[in-house]
Design a protein around this ligand. Structure first.
Ligand SMILES: O=C(O)CCC(=O)C(=O)O
Ligand SMILES: [Fe+2]
Length: 348
C-alpha cells in the first residue's frame, strides 16, 4: 500500500521502547485505568432548523439557549439541519479519501497541491504525519493530515473538482460558524456585534483533513495527542468509526460518533473572547488496530492582525493578536512539546 506513511520504518527506535506505552506498569497507573474504563457520552444534539425566521420565536430562543449552555458546560455540541448540503459533504469526503490514497511520496512532496510554503505564523508544511520531534510514544500521533489555509486554495494545482468542492465547503462552513458565533456572543449579552463578520471570513479559515490509519500498536500511541484548538470555533465532520474523546470533569469520555451530525467545539480564542464563559476543552483521538478513520476539521479563525479582547470586564486575559497567539503556541510546542496556550495570557 504505497499510500501509507512509513510509521514503523521511521520510528523504529521509539516503537521498540515498549516501557513507553500509554500507561503500563512503568507508566502512570491512573492513566492506565482511565484508558480502560472510558465512559461514552452523548453530547447535546441541537437541531438548527429551529433557528429559521419562519419558525416559532419560542423554539428559536430555546435553540439559541441550548447552544449557549452546551458551549459553557461541554465546550462541544452536535448539530443537525445545519444547512450544509449533503452533496457538498459527500463530495468532500470522496475527495478526501482520494487525496489520502495518493502515494506517500507524492503527498510528502513540498510542492504537492502548490500550497504555500511555511510562514512565520504557520511554519509547518501542509502535509503532516506522525511527529518528527517525538521523543516518546505519547508524542507520536498515528495519523496523517493536510492543513489547508482556505486563502490559498485558488493556487491549488491539479484537480479542479477538489478545489471547487473545497471552496464551496469552506464558504458554507464559514457562514455556519459565523451564525453560531453571533448566537454565542448574544449569549454573553453582546448584542448586534459585527466583530466576527469583520474579522473572520472563509479566507481567514483553515481546513484540516485527518486520516487515522490502522495502528498495530494502538495501546501505545494516540491517533492525535490531547490538545485544544487554536481558533474561535471548530466544526468537525467525522465518519462512523469513533475514537474522539474529550475531557469532562477531569476525566476522558468517548464521544459516540453520529455521522449525520456535525460536531462544533469552542477553541482557545472564544474562551478568551468570552472571558472564560465558553470552554476550549481538551480532546484527543485514540488509535485503532481494526478500523481506519477519517475526519475533517474546519477552523474558524480571524485575520492574523485581529485583536482578541473580551467585551466582558474585568478581562481575565490581556488582549493579543491572533498572530501573537499562534507564534507563541509554535514556540512553546518547539521548546516543550506542549502548547501551553491561554494560560500564558492570563492577567495575574
Ligand atoms: O479527528 C477528530 O475527531 C478530531 C480532530 C481534531 O481534533 C483536530 O483536527 O484538531
Ligand atoms: Fe482538535
Amino acid at each position: 500500500m504505497d499510500f501509507e506513511p512509513p510509521f514503523q520504518e521511521n520510528y523504529k527506535t521509539l516503537l521498540k521502547n515498549k516501557s513507553d506505552k500509554l500507561g503500563d506498569e512503568n507508566g502512570d497507573r491512573q492513566q492506565q485505568s482511565q484508558l480502560m474504563l472510558i465512559e461514552h457520552c452523548e453530547l447535546p444534539l441541537i437541531d438548527l432548523s429551529h433557528l429559521k425566521i419562519r419558525g416559532s420565536s419560542v423554539a428559536r430562543a430555546k435553540c439559541k439557549q441550548d447552544i449557549v449552555e452546551a458551549a459553557g458546560k461541554w465546550g462541544f455540541f452536535q448539530i443537525v439541519n445545519h444547512g450544509v448540503p449533503t452533496e457538498t459533504l459527500e463530495s468532500m469526503k470522496h475527495e478526501q479519501t482520494k487525496l489520502f490514497r495518493l502515494p506517500f511520496q507524492k503527498k510528502a512532496e513540498l510542492s504537492f497541491l502548490n500550497l504555500p510554503s511555511p510562514s512565520s505564523s504557520s511554519p509547518t508544511k501542509s502535509y503532516r504525519w506522525a511527529n518528527p520531534q517525538a521523543t516518546c510514544l505519547k508524542q507520536l500521533p498515528w495519523s496523517e493530515a493536510f492543513h489547508i489555509p482556505l486563502a490559498s486554495i485558488s493556487r491549488m494545482k491539479g484537480n479542479e473538482n477538489f478545489r471547487v468542492t473545497m471552496e464551496t465547503y469552506g464558504m458554507a462552513l464559514a457562514n455556519l460558524a459565523a451564525s453560531i458565533a453571533v448566537i454565542l456572543a448574544e449569549g454573553l449579552g453582546v448584542k448586534g456585534t459585527d466583530y466576527f463578520e469583520e474579522n473572520c471570513m472563509s479566507s481567514t479559515c483553515f481546513l484540516r483533513m485527518n486520516r487515522y490509519p490502522l495502528c498495530p500498536l494502538a495501546s501505545q500511541v494516540f491517533g492525535l495527542m490531547p490538545h485544544t484548538d487554536t481558533d474561535f470555533l471548530t466544526v468537525l465532520c467525522q465518519d462512523k468509526v469513533g475514537g474522539l474523546q474529550l475531557m469532562e470533569g477531569g476525566r476522558w469520555v468517548s464521544v459516540n460518533p453520529n455521522p449525520n451530525a456535525l460536531l462544533v467545539n469552542i477553541g482557545d480564542l472564544f474562551e478568551a473572547w468570552s472571558n472564560g464563559v465558553y470552554k476550549s476543552v481538551k480532546h484527543r483521538v485514540m488509535a485503532s488496530q481494526e478500523v481506519e478513520r477519517f475526519s475533517m476539521a474546519f477552523f474558524y479563525c480571524p485575520f492574523n492582525h485581529t485583536s482578541i479582547e473580551s467585551p466582558l470586564k474585568p478581562a481575565l486575559y490581556r488582549s493579543f493578536s491572533f498572530e501573537e497567539y499562534t507564534v507563541q503556541v509554535h514556540r512553546d510546542v518547539q521548546a516543550t512539546g506542549d502548547k501551553v496556550g491561554l494560560s500564558r495570557f492570563l492577567i495575574q
